[in-house]
Structure formats: C-alpha cells, structure tokens
Write a protein that binds this ligand. Structure first.
Ligand code: TA6
Length: 322
C-alpha cells in the first residue's frame, strides 16, 4: 500500500512521462506544490508548476542564485510564492474596473500542465508549461486562451510567454514576468539602460504625491520605495558591485519595464519578505503594463520573450558607468 501523498503520486507520474534522468525530475515541494528541478552542466533551476513560477536559477560558477526567493515565502495552493518569476497575466496590477480581481491576474495562482520537456543540443534543458482557460479562469475573466511558457535553463535563462486567442472575441491583456533578482544590497546597486525613459511613478501615485509622470535622469538608484513603470522594453541591466556581477535583461514583445523595491515599510506590510529580505532583492519586470497592453485577435498569438544573462563584473565598467 503506497503511503505517497496525492502530490507525490502526481509528481511520480510526471517524472515517468516528462522526467529526464540526471537532468530533470518532478517532486512534491513545500505545501504539497509540485516542483520541477533542473540540474544540467550549465545551471540549476526550480520551477513551481503552480503559476509556472521559476523560484531558483543559478548558473554554474555563480556563488549566489540570480533569482531572489524570500526565506519567509509561503507555499500555499492558489497563492504565488514570494520571489522568483511570477507570471502576471491577463492583467498587471489590479484589473481595470474590477478591483476585486486577484492582483497581477490569475495565471500565477493556477496549476499549469507540463506539455513537453527536452535536453537541448547545447546542454541546456527546455520545458513547456501551459494554462488553458477553464471554469475557474472563466469565473474571473471571460477570455478563451492557451497561455504557454517556454523555459530554457542554461548559462542564460530564456523565457517565452505566448498568449494564444482560442476564442472568437479579441483579447486585451497586460502582462509582466515579475522577476525578483538577488542582489548584494539595494543601496549599492544601480539599474542602467533606462536613462531618459519616461516612467509612471506608481509609488508616488499610491501616496497621492506628484508628479507621477516622470523621466529617468541617470541610472536608477534606490533610497526608499521605488515602483516605476518605464515606457521601454529595455534592454537594461543591474550593476551589483557587492556580488560583483552585472545582470542583463533583454526582451522582445515588451513595451514596459517595471522596477520595484518595496523598501522597509512596505516589505514589513507584505509580511512574507523576511526580516530584511527587501535589501537583497530588486524586481526588474519585462512586459506590457498600463497603457502598453496588447490586443490578440481571434486565432492570433502574442509572444513576450526575455533573456537573463550574468556578465562578470569589471571595476573598469563600473567606474566608466558612474
Ligand atoms: O511590480 C511592482 C508591484 O506592482 C508593486 O506595486 C507590488 O504590489 C508588487 O508588484 C508585488 O505585488 P504582489 O501582488 O506580488 O504582492
């Protein structure tokens, strides 16, 4: 008589069908959530099947993971884990006209199916996860869709979020890959590549302060909460002198870049950021937010593609960039 939990049994079935011996396995994680664990010659990664959420990516040779995951993260069915890369879809933020809807859409809170996995010729590992509309999604949003996330785990991390309109009515979505990066300390980092770009200051807007429509002067630095939606799909990068690395973000199909650090007060209110986890995280989120939503005609598709790459740190680069 097996004493496996239902989740362990589901993981075993996934392993049987999609596992790659020595490279990719499925297992039961905290809270009974299903995890895919990748370990290849180039990197290690973990993906939570709920929300198709990467929670870990660490290229070989990197002393620290590239993605930040809260050490106070909660693993609950129907709630995305704090950190990694939550998929914000079919809306970013709160849905227009329906403030009661789940923040950042429902895709991150629902279980996704494993469609395919494979070892790639360059030694990286590919997975395709998919969420189709169902009674639970239709109770929140009427769209008929097939949403897939292609993940390639290697020395770089490549993601493709593909929205397919399987219905007869145009879909309008806002979206973002809400990526939490692991940094040495928020006071020491800078985000470059957004100089001169217009942005919406969501933190000022929430505080009832002005102005909310601004233009970036110089690199983005952090002293207090920063929550900005830049009108650019990048590329941009995070310079981290403490971890001595430069984290590159490049995207296609993206017209927005969200930069967010909650600082201490908001982090405390969120309750799952850990004691001072906010100091070691920075969100740089590629997508199509606010006025940059995308429309997908019946039978059409929209692709949001992002590549994360770690470049070695050079003090010369840093001094040249100041
Ligand atoms: O991307 C920045 C943001 O919209 C912030 O305003 C903050 O709400 C953050 O997302 C986290 O949202 P969550 O719903 O994951 O707690």
């Amino acid at each position: 008589m097996s004493n496996a939990t239902p989740a362990a049994a589901r993981a075993a079935a996934l392993d049987e069908r999609h596992g790659l011996p020595g490279v990719l396995r499925f297992c039961e994680g905290p809270g009974g959530l299903l995890l895919a664990e990748v370990s290849n010659a180039q990197a290690r990664a973990t993906i939570c099947l709920q929300g198709a959420q990467l929670t870990h990516w660490q290229p070989r040779g990197q002393a620290e993971p590239v993605l930040w995951l809260s050490d106070a993260a909660r693993y609950l069915e129907g709630k995305s884990v704090r950190g990694g890369i939550p998929v914000c879809w079919p809306w970013f933020g709160t849905p227009a006209g329906r403030p009661q809807g789940p923040a950042h859409g429902f895709a991150r809170n629902h279980p996704w199916e494993v469609v395919a996995t494979g070892a790639r010729p360059d030694g990286s590992t590919g997975l395709r996860l998919q969420l189709d509309d169902n009674p639970a999604t239709r109770a929140l949003w009427p769209g008929a869709f097939a949403l897939s996330l292609d993940i390639v785990v290697g020395a770089t991390l490549d993601l493709e979020l593909c929205t397919r309109n399987t219905g007869s009515v145009e879909l309008h979505v806002t979206e973002a890959l809400h990526t939490y990066f692991r940094i040495g300390d928020i006071a020491a980092v800078a985000v470059r590549g957004l100089e001169g770009v217009d942005y919406f200051d969501a933190a000022a807007h929430a505080a009832g302060a002005a102005p909310v429509d601004c233009r970036q002067q110089g690199p983005v630095r952090f002293d207090g909460e920063v929550d900005r939606v830049y009108a650019s799909g990048g590329p941009c990068w995070i310079d981290d002198p403490l971890l001595r690395r430069r984290l590159h973000v490049s995207a296609t199909g993206s017209a927005s870049t969200v930069v967010w650090n909650p600082s201490a007060a908001k982090a405390h209110r969120l309750g799952d950021m850990g004691d001072d986890g906010w100091r070691r995280m920075l969100c740089v989120e590629s997508g199509n937010a606010r006025d940059s939503g995308v429309s997908v005609a019946p039978g059409g598709t929209h692709r949001l593609e992002v590549r994360y790459r770690v470049a070695p740190w050079s003090d010369a680069d840093a001094s040249a960039a100041t």
